[in-house]
Ligand binder design. Sequence first.
Ligand SMILES: *Cc1c(COP(=O)(O)O)cnc(C)c1O
Length: 244
Amino acid sequence: MSSEIAANLEAVRRNIRAACERSGRDPADVTLIAVSKTKPAAAIEEALEAGAADFGENYVQELTAKIPYFEERGASVRWHMIGHLQKNKVKYLAGRTALIHSVDSVALAEQIEKEAAKKETETDILLEVNVAGEESKWGFTAADVSGAAAEIRALPHVHVLGLMTSAPYTEDPETNRAHFRALSRLAREMADAGLIEPPRDGFRTPVLSMGMSGDYTVAVEEGATIVRVGTSIFGHRDYSDKER
Ligand SMILES: *Cc1c(COP(=O)(O)O)cnc(C)c1O
């Protein structure tokens, strides 16, 4: 059965391959995360059947409701927490995510450390950077993130694998190219300074999680190792029946 989701996934993969070709990169170095927030399990199943393995969610409650559904069916899904995370919700995630992308404070990393230690697990994270200094967005400033990484490095159950950003919403992805390039450079500098861990758990480091439906091809050209694509795979989201 060929579904619209499968066709969309194939189109996104094709665009990623083309962006890699333009920039002399190996497509194997770019992981596509299908962002499934607000979408039902059936949509995730369709994407799984079409070969998707990594899924991104923004809300702890929705994520922890979806995880057991797929565990019970023996489906292997790598879950990525990409939305803003409150400290009091960390306990629900410990040991259940492949990667938490949205760590935006040292205090949050310390809470992840505490819960990971309690569950005798280790947690891979990215540090979120607010590349354009937008008021509406979470994240460290580019100036602060290295200092934060130096503090977080002391936490034995938390591993900083790289950086994540959500660039400004745009109709023209070229307007975000400079942001992506700057984050790429920052991640390399931090890796050289020992502030980002060597490869682990199948992730090449430094991980650079950047690029969404509107701008992922430019992000790939500028070095993204993870792109987070929702709308271009699953269609537009309907928030009308949700309380956020
Ligand atoms: C929703 C979301 C995405 C996906 O956005 P699309 O524009 O639908 O591709 C990616 N990253 C984060 C952090 C998100 O919240």
